[in-house]
Write a new protein. Structure first.
Length: 204
């Protein structure tokens, strides 16, 4: 594990996994529930580690230390959010401050409770950014837009102004005409928010 102040490679595109939710609707911490032979959070992170090329940032909840402990031996940078109860925006802003500090070119935002997001889609966002230099790229599924979303450094200061639990939704809405869409011929990835969501996911 790399700490926040460890020497790391500068610039490039970082994968940012937001994993600081409180799992209130699940009744237990969903990221520690098993998917296959591992926990949900390890299952998701281990899929993206090779693609990230040492630029994988995970934001966890400081009040849920078990998640940090669960992934502590993985080659990722972990930031603990002391204000996670104030909404997703606090995790996103914490990540953006880190990206600014480390001269990142862009960040691809992922949610830790969406195990269906494919590595291929994230790779397409990275490749599109490299080839097209598009500053704002988002996956669009059959049911509409969802994660992952790539924000170039041009949007970092704007992202630092968001508030509440909406994440970057308002920015994406306002900048809809500027988005470079990556079309995906499948349904929107499911959020596993409740125990029923989780059980149905395991049955599929």
């Amino acid at each position: 594990m790399q700490g926040e102040n460890s020497p790391i490679k500068k610039s490039g595109v970082w994968l940012v996994v937001l994993a600081a939710g409180s799992s209130r609707r699940m009744g237990t911490h969903k990221l520690l529930l098993p998917l296959g032979e591992e926990s949900m959070i390890r299952h998701i992170l281990k899929r993206f580690i090779p693609l990230a090329e040492e630029k994988l940032l995970v934001v966890t909840n400081a009040n849920e230390p078990n998640v940090k402990e669960e992934i502590g031996n993985l080659p990722v940078v972990i930031l603990e959010n002391d204000h996670a109860e104030d909404g997703m925006s606090t995790s996103l802003k914490l990540a953006i401050k880190f990206l600014i500090k480390n001269s990142a070119e862009a960040g691809i935002i992922l949610l830790a409770d969406q195990p269906d997001v494919s590595v291929d889609i994230v790779r397409k966002l990275k490749d599109t950014f490299s080839q097209e230099h598009a500053p704002l790229i988002q996956a669009k599924y059959n049911g509409g837009p969802s994660h992952p979303v790539l924000f170039s450094h041009q949007f970092f200061e704007e992202l630092l102004k968001i508030e509440g639990d909406q994440g970057a939704r308002n920015i994406l809405q306002a900048r809809k005409k500027e988005i470079f869409w990556i079309k995906v011929d499948s349904a929107i990835p499911r959020d596993l928010d409740t125990m029923d969501d989780y059980k149905q996911y395991l049955c599929n």
